[in-house]
Design a protein. Structure first.
Lengths: 326, 326
């Protein structure tokens, strides 16, 4: 049995083309975002779209709800697709929806996107008052049912409090250390130490705004950053959450940033001069470039075993203990 | 392994008291109605209420989604609870919701309640034009995912067309033959022959409006009717769907009849003089009286094996082939 390749965050404009590229790249599982600002009913419509994908492409993809599905996908030559939210808007103000969305197969939920949510604070707010009352209640419920807390877009204090309040390890599915590239969305050494000390996982992002030198970031720089993170936090806590947004029109990044919360334009990590999706680095264009990442990790000094862990084995271990009732 | 007792239709005002009575009566599984006129989001709120029940009463009840759960419930001394709708309103006008509600554990859906729906005609309409275009599409989708078509409240032509159009056996979960008691909601010999010839199941109702002599119906009359039905349709196609509405306030029967579709009062099977829930027959007050029914079937000439089938074994066999992808 080969150690599976898992990408723990993608938001592509999925299609038969991309599902075939996942197979070409040997990707056994992906965690895909199915909601940013959607309410419950709108999120369900997105799930319906995925059900149609599973019906249309049964030889390429399968619905993933537990760790065993990753290995089942590998054995049958398919990619298992796991669902997550980048914002808690689909659970509205209703804690009962935590179990419902878990029953529908959702396995990750960010407590906030860039703004304040009902649960926690996003990285773009001026003030971060920490977890809300509902935030603490929802963390306990997520712990109970096996829905993973993801703090990728949340602010520092809220993130530290979530790590502390959760009785189960949490995840930062797609971000990089801010000591490598000081973006608002990247994470402090304090957060990353607290996260990994509590058994949590960090998924490194390949979204250019999270990379040193953006789209021009070199593979060597990226992989040496991972080597430094392995020294600080242990290689077994590290994985990939590429944040690949392949084939999305720029209207989608506007939806991600603006939703329905403002009538003004908000450029998020972009700018008025460059409002759209940035170009991916040439050494990781899409799902066919996982071997390039493997070569880069080798060159940065990782053993084959460590590399296998970072490219999927560590996420698989995390899946094994995170998705069922606690 | 004992043949399980299954009641394939209840709409009680469930509580710890009723869950304890289910155990006292030795009921291994029930199919409960979780929606009449609710839209999708409202139905989900009802599911949330059931999730709270499962969390609160883990030693009495468990969520049932497949036939094996009936035996698991029996082995662990609990009652498995399966979900169904008496109207297709929770799938709104969206065929994608068929698979979504199945993923949420729903296993039965009536194509109509008493009125015309988007799919089929109810027994109280003046005209029955048969299955609609969406009705035919939804039957195919229900067949695909393993959601059982229930025509208990539907009109004659729609019911015959559903039996014919469905590629899998369907159910009439709670009704009686109209040759025994000619209520609008009871079923013709033609319908019952077509149903059972196609492998479908009939669940006998104990709701007084469906009984000869109403609340004064004798156990003997009820059980002799079942014996006649066994002669006509075969004992293996018969089960119970008691329609027990224990502890419901009369406001609930008004909701069932009127929903939001009219501003007038509609008394359904009741009347202005007797608008509320009728009293149950004294020999079947609640879930503690299943032995009484067993005795009655014995007195009507059924063998122990046939009685086991009618009280649960036949529904179990139907569950085994009906709830998974076709």
């Amino acid at each position: 049995m080969q150690v599976p390749v898992i990408d723990n965050l993608q938001y592509c404009n999925f299609s038969g083309k991309i599902f075939r590229q996942l197979r070409e790249g040997g990707v056994d599982a992906i965690h895909v975002t199915i909601a940013y600002h959607e309410n419950f009913r709108e999120m369900v419509a997105n799930l319906e779209r995925w059900n149609r994908f599973f019906e249309t492409y049964p030889t390429l993809i399968m619905r993933g709800t537990c760790a065993a599905d990753v290995m089942k996908a590998q054995e049958t030559g398919r990619t298992a697709v796991f669902f997550g939210f980048q914002n808690p808007s689909p659970i509205e103000d209703d804690i009962g929806l935590v179990e419902i969305v878990h029953q529908l197969g959702v396995r990750f939920m960010q407590l906030s996107y860039n703004n304040q949510s009902l649960l926690a604070t996003g990285a773009y707010e001026d003030e971060d008052p920490g977890l809300t009352r509902m935030g603490r209640a929802v963390i306990a419920e997520m712990n109970r049912v096996g829905l993973v807390i993801d703090m990728s877009h949340s602010a520092e204090r809220s993130t530290l409090e979530a790590i502390d309040h959760s009785t189960r390890p949490i995840a930062i599915t797609h971000a990089n250390p801010d000591w490598w590239h000081p973006a608002l969305r990247n994470k402090s050494d304090t957060v990353l130490r607290a996260l990994t000390n509590a058994g949590g996982m960090l998924g490194f992002s390949l979204y250019p705004h999270h990379l040193a030198d953006g789209s021009n970031c070199t593979r060597q720089s990226f992989c040496e950053m991972i080597a430094e993170a392995a020294d600080r936090y242990g290689a077994e806590s590290l994985g990939i959450g590429s944040d690949l947004c392949q084939d999305q029109p720029d209207s989608v990044v506007t939806w991600m940033r603006v939703g329905r919360w403002t009538k003004e334009m908000d450029y998020g990590e972009g700018s008025a001069a460059a409002p759209g999706f940035p170009a991916m680095p040439e050494w990781f264009r899409d799902n066919r470039d996982w071997d390039s990442l493997r070569d880069g990790l080798h060159d940065a000094g990782f053993t084959a075993e460590e590399t296998d862990g970072i490219l999927g084995g560590n996420w698989l271990r995390f899946y094994e203990t995170s998705f069922t009732a606690g």
